[in-house]
Design a protein around this ligand. Structure first.
Ligand code: SAH
Ligand code: SF4
Ligand code: F3S
Length: 442
């Protein structure tokens, strides 16, 4: 009797931004369409794919560490296929195989659609494969198709970045901006909702420039948001990341106007000093940023704001750093992501004079984070006693506890029955913590 061929298993490890999370999900569905299954662990996989990030040096180093540790698995199972994708793959290409000779596959983000064929060639004993450089436009990937979708899903609407901020490696690794056709995005959004997604976050490095003239494909971003928001059954809509220089009033006005557009916006500031902002090539100044915040808060008084800031950009003086601190005190963001400047290959800032010593960057970062911690806590405390809508996404840390996110993206934990998973629940905030809220079912 013929024995059926054993199903091959794939395990995907994801580092980096939400676009990598989205790409990993798409890769999973592509591979499932080709008959692969998802492995429970790296140990039980026939193919391990590590999706990587190169935004800061630490992120890239972590990836190399991970790949080196996989050598032990490769020794136990010589047929194991090891693949690397994402931005480190694009940056290093063939050099990665020189550094980690037990690798089989290196694929840049623009070539994602070619992974199934490459994996099959490797499973048949083929030689190592390196695919980099952007494919033509947005890589075409069929709809995910079968099975339930997460209650909260990502949907990438554009790729690449044309901004070339002086510190940033992304434009060199993700290629020029390219927008997906609106029809394709709407079809994918409808498919996600039909399979159970209640919340969709539209993604791009610079999502506001979706459909800009000169892009391949895409139409107007305000129209796109309006049309996605009308999909029946879509309860929540978000988009990220927005560049402050590309934020027309028509987009501001959508907050408070589209009922499912959530009251949260991530609006990276990067620095409070106009001199540093100019040196970063951000093309807005502090006054303009503050004016945008005021317009947004006027259109949507309950809007929560988060941001990214970098400390220790080359040449940043103590006084300039303190302008960032004062910006945080003025805006009072709900939360921030803060980073020490990190030299990246190819970027303009790499060759700038006045590099700030590591200990000084560390001091500024710790100081800034301590100040923001108090602001975030005060923002959370202001919600105590209020009732918020939570999208219940999973179990909390304690038995019987559920965890979800409010419309303003804040994490809220509360006791409740498991049947609430994947639904919207009204929860009254009872306690505020620096990173989350505690509540009880209202
Ligand atoms: N496209 C988004 C952000 C992409 S990267 C935007 O334009 O805002 C996420 C964050 O990483 C950036 O906002 C920035 O704060 C940080 N970052 C990028 N390059 C960095 C570098 N070389 N060193 C330190 N932080 C960096
Ligand atoms: Fe990087 Fe600037 Fe593009 Fe954001 S906008 S990805 S920070 S170059
Ligand atoms: Fe990292 Fe590339 Fe995203 S560098 S942040 S994975 S675009």
């Amino acid at each position: 009797m013929e024995t059926p061929e054993k199903t091959r298993n794939l395990f995907i490890v994801t580092y980096g931004c939400q676009m990598n999370v989205y790409d990993s999900g798409r890769l999973g569905s592509l591979m499932r369409q080709r008959g692969w299954a998802m492995a429970e662990s790296q140990e039980s996989a026939d193919f391990i794919f590590v999706n990587t990030c190169s935004i800061r040096e630490k992120a890239a180093r972590r990836v190399i560490g991970h790949l080196k540790r996989l050598r032990a698995l490769k020794k136990k199972n010589p047929g194991l296929i090891l693949g690397v994708g994402g931005c480190v793959a694009e940056q290093e290409g063939r050099r990665l195989i020189d550094e980690v000779p037990w690798l089989n596959l290196v694929v840049g983000p623009g070539r994602l659609g070619e992974i199934p064929a490459a994996a099959e060639a490797l499973a048949a004993g083929g030689p190592p494969v390196v695919l980099s450089g952007q494919g033509p436009g947005f890589p075409e990937i069929p709809l995910a198709g079968a099975g339930p979708a997460p209650v909260s899903s990502f949907l990438t609407i554009m790729s690449g970045c044309d901004n070339y901020c002086a510190y940033c490696v992304v434009p060199y690794l993700r290629g020029p901006e390219s927008s997906r056709p609106k029809g394709e995005i709407l079809a994918e959004a409808r498919d996600l909702v039909s399979r159970g997604s209640m919340e969709i976050t539209l993604l791009g490095q610079n999502v506001n420039s979706y459909g800009r003239p000169g892009h391949r494909g895409g139409e107007d971003f305000v129209d796109l948001l309006t049309e996605v928001s009308r999909i029946p059954g879509l309860r929540r809509l978000r988009f990220t990341t927005s560049h402050p220089k590309d934020f027309p009033q028509a987009l501001v006005d959508l907050f408070g106007r589209l009922p499912n557009l959530c009251e949260h916006l991530h609006l990276p500031l990067q620095a409070g000093s106009d001199r540093v902002l100019a040196a970063m090539g951000r093309r807005y100044g502090w006054e303009r940023y503050l004016g945008l915040v005021a317009a947004l808060r006027e259109a949507c008084p309950g809007l929560a704001l988060s941001t990214d800031v970098i400390v220790g950009f080359p040449g940043e003086t103590e006084a300039e750093y303190l302008e960032t601190v004062s910006a945080l005190r003025t805006v009072r963001f709900d939360s921030i992501f803060s980073f020490k400047y990190s030299d990246r290959p190819m970027t303009a800032a790499n060759s700038l004079p006045g590099k700030v010593p590591e200990e000084e960057k560390q001091r500024r970062l710790a100081h800034l984070q301590a100040i923001q911690k108090t602001i975030t806590l005060e923002r959370h405390q202001a919600l105590v006693g209020k009732t918020v809508e939570a999208l219940v996404e999973g179990f909390g840390r304690h038995p019987g506890q559920l965890t979800g996110r409010a419309r303003d993206l804040k994490v809220i934990n509360f006791d409740g029955p498991a049947r609430l998973l994947g639904s919207l629940a009204m929860v009254t905030v009872t306690e505020a913590w620096p990173v989350s809220l505690i509540g009880r079912l209202a």
